[in-house]
Design a protein around this ligand. Structure first.
Ligand SMILES: [Zn+2]
Length: 366
């Protein structure tokens, strides 16, 4: 009997994460990159947050860890960006005063991107390697020390800032085919008996090609689990969410191995904001529908929209409004602007539709 109870307890504990999904941050969110002279002083940045709140933006995703591997906050771990004040802290304080949630925009694997950061330069063995044996400035998820580094940053932010969640970005392999370092090649060959480069050279969609993809899914999934566990340890109530390529993540042409459906299935995410960067309306709608289906019905799914405000303003407002309505029609729970800075010239004009969305007045078309 005792053994049975222990077994039952284990089953219950294992089952819990699958039930955790589904916390809404709000229905209108926006990334913030502090660019374009809108955030040169704390006062300017605070005024910008207030402007967003007035327009109906409900939650913010301010840049915390960048693709360059730098921090927009007072980090003891990462090199700092060139901001004379803690921009991240200013956004949190201003946003919370207005009842807006804050989910730091956290770049996971890219660390230096086009050139090596001090961290990736100092630890080449932490980095992904391309087919030609060249290291690139991306942290390799198969490297325990690299994962540990990422997790330490998650803990630093969660321990020192009043965040409502963590918004992951770039949790994936690079667009260029990776990773062919000795660690990855050896581990893959030991398990599947195939050389990784050979597996990659064969036809897309073939069995060996799928094995190589599966093995890399496992690496990024393991990292997703470790980030979730770290967040839970330091700030148990904080959400975890992710920007993902959506249906495109699973396209045979890409090797980014961002297996986000598994993150959803395992209850690692509380909400998800897949890519909606399409200027052709039919493509935007198709992607939103696919992503709604792939995210399932339990999890809030918000479409990430590229807001373009250059050129004719009335046309930009009309285009953005149309995309918001289309997202709702496709079953999305809301939208996330990329970025608030890009949307700023349109905020006043978009305010009515954003308030309608927030008040549930934008109904799904029948
Ligand atoms: Zn590797």
């Amino acid at each position: 009997m005792k053994r049975f109870l222990v077994a039952l307890l284990i089953v219950l504990v294992i089952a819990v994460p699958g039930l955790a999904a589904g916390k809404s941050p709000g229905v209108v969110g926006a990334y913030m990159n502090y660019s374009r002279g809108y955030s040169d002083t704390p006062e300017e940045l605070t005024a910008f947050v207030n402007e967003a709140a007035d327009a109906g933006v409900q939650f913010l995703l301010p840049y915390a860890r960048t693709t360059e591997g730098t921090a927009y906050y007072d980090s003891k771990i990462m090199p700092h960006t060139k901001k004379p004040f803690d921009a991240f802290k200013v956004v949190i304080e201003a946003a919370h005063k207005r009842g807006m949630q804050v989910h730091p925009w956290f770049v996971v694997n890219a660390d230096g991107f086009s050139e090596f950061s001090p961290i990736t330069a100092a630890h080449p063995d932490w980095c992904m390697m391309d087919k030609n044996g060249k290291r690139i400035a991306w942290l390799d998820p198969s490297c325990p020390e690299a994962r540990q580094y990422i997790v330490s940053i998650v803990k630093e932010i969660a321990a020192n800032y009043d965040i409502d969640g963590l918004s992951l970005d770039y949790l994936r392999y690079a667009e260029t085919k990776t990773c062919y370092c000795d660690r990855c090649k050896t581990a893959f060959k030991a398990e599947f008996g195939i050389d990784a480069i050979e597996a990659d050279n064969i036809k897309n969609g073939s069995w060996n090609w799928a094995k190589w993809r599966l093995w890399r899914y496992r690496q990024t999934n393991q990292l997703a689990r470790e980030i979730r566990a770290a967040l839970k340890e330091v700030k148990p109530d904080a959400d975890m969410s992710a920007y993902v390529w959506g249906a495109q993540s699973y396209g045979t042409g890409w090797g980014i191995c961002q297996d986000w459906k598994t993150w959803v299935k395992e209850g690692l995410l509380d909400w998800v904001n897949p890519m909606g960067y399409y200027s052709i309306r039919s493509e935007y709608i198709t992607a939103a529908k696919w992503n709604r289906e792939m995210a399932g019905t339990e999890l809030p799914m918000l479409v990430t929209m590229a807001v373009r405000s250059r050129g004719d303003k009335a046309a930009a407002v009309a285009r953005t409004t149309q995309q918001i309505r289309d997202a709702v029609d496709c079953g999305a729970d809301g939208v996330v602007f990329f970025t608030l800075e890009d949307a700023r010239p349109l905020l006043k004009d978009l305010s009515p539709v954003l308030h309608d969305l927030a008040n549930g007045k934008l109904k799904k078309a029948q």
